[in-house]
Every structure is written in structure tokens, then in C-alpha cells.
Design a protein around this ligand. Structure first.
Ligand code: PXL
Length: 278
């Protein structure tokens, strides 16, 4: 059995980060250890007055205990991290738990639609860049890629522009960048990956659904991490991640009014298990 550790916050209400990663990775048949980096009453995307308990200081103690138990992980997967200090401590965790055979997956969850999430600054972006340098796979959306590369944000681009962005992301130090929310027209949306070793781009698309739903980045990154950890190829991993994320958005569409804060991903978990077992 494979084992992943995922390091991100618990948003108690709102279905993102750990409350998405844990059920999804478990459904893929993978043991899921967690390090909660903070506890928030809700996520920060549209709720007001949320609480935020920072657990940064617990992370080194958890890591030390796990070292004493000689725990090993097939992948280390990070999502939303609350502060620069936390990013630095997670970077130390990578140094402690990286092995020649395991993967590091960094989702630099910090921005969308051209803007940083509430509470993030340029200093945080600089620290996140260093974390991405240690990743085997990084999974930004176009906004995050633009912040990480210090270039203007645009949603209007062609394949050549995209490949250049991907090459620049590898220059940060990451082996294989994966970009989410990729679209060349209004018909299709999906994701792209770039393998610098073979200079190859990989794509996967589904029919475009013209809406933004909170938590889809976390769904994509969780499935992606699960699928590569199970040994799926990059193309298979992209197809499963794009397919499942699109399924979740489709399942949410009839409920958008009450589900403004997240997805109805639960009803799709059966399909995810089918995709993985194919
Ligand atoms: O979905 C990413 C995410 C995770 N955790 C918290 C968030 C967000 C996005 O807004 O606010 C607390």
C-alpha cells in the first residue's frame, strides 16, 4: 500500500485543503497521513470573520516524532500554507523526509483570477518559489505561475507561450510543472504538463464549463498526487485529474446557489475509484 503525507490547513467548513485531500487520496486506496498547518473556521474565499489558529510550531515536533518512528512516505504533498515561516518549516520537512524514491508535490495555493488570496504578500511568493524549487511536481494555476515568474497575468495565450511558461517554471528548479485551468479557446479546458528531459508537453482537456468553483485546485492536486504515487504515467495522471475535476464541477452545477463555497465532490468518488482501477 502506498502512503502519502499531505501538509495543508483544515478549513473546518468549506470543503478545501485537508477536508478534500483526505477523502480523495483515501478513496484512491492510498494511506493518507496529515499535518494540519492551521485550523480555520472556514476557508478565506468569500467568508468573512473566519478564525485562524496557526499550528506552525507543531510541525517540527510532529516531524521529530515521525523521524523517531522511522516513518517513510511515497509522496509528500503540500497545499495552502499560511505564512512565510510555515513555508520554511515545510521546506525543512522536505529535507528530512525526501528519499531517492519518493516524490514531492507542491501546490502553490496562494492566488486565483489574477489576485493573491487574502493575507498573502510578495514576500510569501518569494518563499513559495524556493519551496517549488524542491518539488518534483508543482501544480500552479495561471495566476500562481504569473506571480512565481514575476510576469503579467493573462488568460489569453497560445501553445508557444504556454511552453515558454512551463520551461521557466522548470528553471525555478521543479522537475515537472503542471498547469491547471489551461484553455486555448472557449470550448475546452484542462491541464498541461511539461517534461524538460524530453522537451515534451502533455495536455488533457474536457468540455469547458464556464464558472469558477472553490476547491477545484485542491481536488485536482489531490488526484494528481494520488495518481502519480500509484505509478500512473503523466498522460494517465492528467486524464484522471482533469476528468475527475470536471466531474465534480458538473455535479456541482445544479446546486451552485447553495454550493457557492465549494463542490459536490462526494457524489463523484465512485467514478474516481473506477478511473484509478482502469
Ligand atoms: O483552496 C485553497 C485554500 C485552502 N485553504 C484555505 C483557503 C483556500 C483558498 O482560498 O482560503 C484556508
Amino acid at each position: 500500500m502506498k502512503r502519502i503525507v499531505t501538509i495543508q490547513d483544515v478549513s473546518c467548513f468549506g470543503k478545501c485543503s485537508l477536508t478534500v485531500a483526505l477523502p480523495i487520496i483515501s478513496a484512491m486506496g492510498i494511506e493518507t497521513a496529515v499535518i494540519p498547518t492551521a485550523v480555520l473556521s472556514t476557508h478565506t474565499g468569500g467568508f468573512e470573520g473566519y478564525t485562524f489558529r496557526d499550528l506552525t510550531n507543531d510541525i517540527p515536533d510532529i516531524a521529530a516524532h515521525w523521524k523517531s518512528l522511522d516513518l517513510k512516505f511515497d509522496s509528500i504533498y503540500t497545499g495552502y500554507l499560511g505564512s512565510k515561516e510555515q513555508v520554511r518549516i515545510v521546506s525543512d520537512f522536505f529535507d528530512d523526509f525526501k528519499t531517492p524514491d519518493n516524490f514531492i508535490v507542491v501546490d502553490p495555493a496562494m492566488a486565483d483570477s489574477g489576485r493573491l488570496y487574502a493575507g498573502f504578500t510578495d514576500d510569501f511568493v518569494d518563499e513559495m518559489k524556493k519551496l517549488c524549487a524542491k518539488a518534483d511536481y508543482m501544480i500552479p494555476n495561471m495566476t500562481e505561475a504569473a506571480f512565481l515568474l514575476g510576469i503579467p497575468y493573462t488568460e489569453s495565450y497560445d501553445e508557444e507561450y504556454l511552453k515558454d511558461i512551463m520551461k521557466r517554471l522548470t528553471e525555478l528548479g521543479c522537475r515537472l510543472p503542471v498547469l491547471t485551468g489551461v484553455h486555448f479557446d472557449s470550448e475546452k479546458q484542462g491541464a498541461a504538463a511539461y517534461d524538460a528531459e524530453s522537451d515534451s508537453m502533455y495536455y488533457s482537456f474536457r468540455e469547458n464549463i464556464d464558472c469558477t468553483v472553490h476547491g477545484t485546485g485542491d481536488i485536482f492536486a489531490s488526484v494528481f498526487t494520488g495518481a502519480v504515487t500509484l505509478g500512473k504515467s503523466i498522460q494517465e495522471t492528467l486524464d484522471i485529474s482533469v476528468g475527475f475535476t470536471a466531474d465534480c464541477i458538473e455535479a456541482t452545477l445544479p446546486h451552485m446557489k447553495e454550493m457557492w463555497y465549494s463542490t459536490c465532490f462526494e457524489s463523484c468518488l465512485g467514478k474516481l475509484i473506477e478511473y484509478v482501477n482502469k
